[in-house]
Design a protein around this ligand. Structure first.
Ligand code: ADP
Ligand code: TYD
Length: 225
């Protein structure tokens, strides 16, 4: 079975994931890659309905465990319906959020047992781990302001700034703990195009290294025969 490449974009609310994941998809497609983009919560039809329940301000009575299991259910459907079939077909999948979001938001942000969050995630993802994760780092106040723009904040965005600050710190800690998988791109005052250029550099370098490893392995295989 051919195996594609799974790249995720992560970061606090409003860091630019939706904008950047679309730009990255277009850049990879223009370079000739077969690429598909998905997002969580809501990348599938079933996930879209789950997203509405989670983010609705009328869901204010929702407990943290329910919230977490809904994100996990959305993720299981995304893996089943979009991500696994695309990877099996050898495509590049760009995920706008994946399990690291639950570790950062429900684990560190809401204070749920991080090991339990990881264990449920492993069921939802069937053990799938991204090949590369780009963390877009942004000051949480700036991120929430950008995310809401002119519209009303959703249920998660309404949480206090300390919550969003702990999410940001969690992401930075996770990136430091897994330097092989994570690349951190600082957003700050950089324009959309400047951030895109930085992401593009990281991703194309990763793909080039991966291709040269694969070539190296196949040459080794040929010598062994
Ligand atoms: P996310 O998906 O992480 O919430 P979005 O891509 O939806 O972020 O961006 C949130 C808002 O911020 C959008 O209005 C977007 O146009 C704007 N935005 C994104 N990146 C930047 C940037 N580098 N500079 C200024 N505005 C940005
Ligand atoms: P998203 O649509 O990515 O929002 P944004 O573009 O503003 O970052 O995600 C909606 C919200 O869901 C966002 O506040 C982050 C939150 N979230 C979690 O708390 N846990 C999760 O596992 C996921 C996937 C998202």
């Amino acid at each position: 079975m051919s195996k594609g490449v799974f790249i995720t974009l992560e970061g606090p609310d409003g860091c630019g994931k939706s904008t950047q994941s679309r730009m990255l998809r277009d850049a990879l497609a223009a370079a000739g890659y077969d690429v598909v983009r998905t997002f969580e919560p809501g990348g599938t039809g079933i996930g879209h309905r789950i997203r509405e329940i989670i983010l609705d301000t009328k869901s204010s009575g929702m407990c943290g465990i329910t919230e977490f299991l809904l994100y996990a259910a959305d993720r299981a459907q995304d893996v089943h319906e979009v991500i696994m079939p695309a990877l099996a077909a050898g495509r590049i999948v760009i995920g706008d959020r994946f399990f690291d979001s639950s570790i950062a938001y429900q684990g560190y942000g809401l204070g749920m047992d991080v090991e339990a969050v990881r264990a449920v995630n492993a069921i939802a993802t069937r053990g799938l781990i991204p090949d590369l994760t780009v963390l877009l780092d942004i000051d949480p106040a700036m991120g929430v302001a950008r995310a809401t723009g002119g519209r009303d904040a959703d249920r998660i965005e309404r949480r206090r700034l300390e919550f969003h600050a702990s999410v940001r710190n969690a992401y930075l800690q996770m990136a430091a703990g897994e330097p092989g998988r994570f690349r951190v791109v600082g957003v700050g005052d950089r324009s959309i195009d400047q951030v895109h250029a930085a992401i593009r550099r990281e991703v194309f370098e990763f793909l080039a290294n991966r291709a040269s490893c694969a070539r190296g392995q196949s040459q080794l295989g040929a010598r062994e025969v």
